[in-house]
Write a protein that binds this ligand. Structure first.
Ligand SMILES: [Zn+2]
Length: 162
């Protein structure tokens, strides 16, 4: 399995279209299981469009209680790449419309799938990482000191079995 999309290979297909499956870990991401990715790669003249879906589970550290938790990834990708350096004067990335960007391949013949997925995952992780709605924000009390409010009710109950 190649981790690169070859532009030449894409151009050589009759339909100018390739389907790419990726099922692997990515360096720099604390993945609990391999990413599950299906991408459609289309050649559109000067541009290559990559779209598809990314699924996976990444391990994050909560910003509030510093506990590790699992964050489910499930998002869509839609990226445009310029084959030739026609965007020289705009730098590496220019904004097309909304949040779609064009990445300049600077004449490179291949697109690094790992790099693309790494960037996409980083962008899809929330800025504020919270382990869950029950996060014990800012408090570092140990597990034993925590009481379940649902159990608290029973303390005041006078149970008289008949
Ligand atoms: Zn937390």
């Amino acid at each position: 399995m190649s981790n690169f999309i070859s532009i030449q290979e894409l151009e050589n297909t009759k339909s100018k279209y390739m389907s790419v499956k990726f099922h692997d870990y990515i360096e720099g991401l604390d993945l609990i299981q391999p990413l599950d990715v299906e991408l459609e790669v289309k050649s559109m003249g000067e541009f290559v469009e990559i779209s598809g879906n990314v699924k996976g589970i990444v391990k994050l550290v909560c910003d509030f209680c510093l506990k590790e938790f699992e964050y489910k990834l499930d998002f869509d990708i839609n990226e445009m790449f310029a084959k030739n350096s026609l965007l020289d004067s705009y730098g590496q990335e220019i904004e097309l419309k909304g949040d779609q960007f064009v990445t300049d391949l600077c004449g490179e013949d291949k697109i690094d799938i790992c790099d693309l997925l790494y960037q996409s995952v980083i962008l899809n992780i929330p800025n504020q990482k919270v382990c869950g709605i029950n996060c014990n924000r800012g408090s570092f009390a140990s597990e034993e000191e925590l009481t379940d409010p649902r159990l608290e009710v029973f303390k005041n109950l006078d149970i008289n079995p008949k």
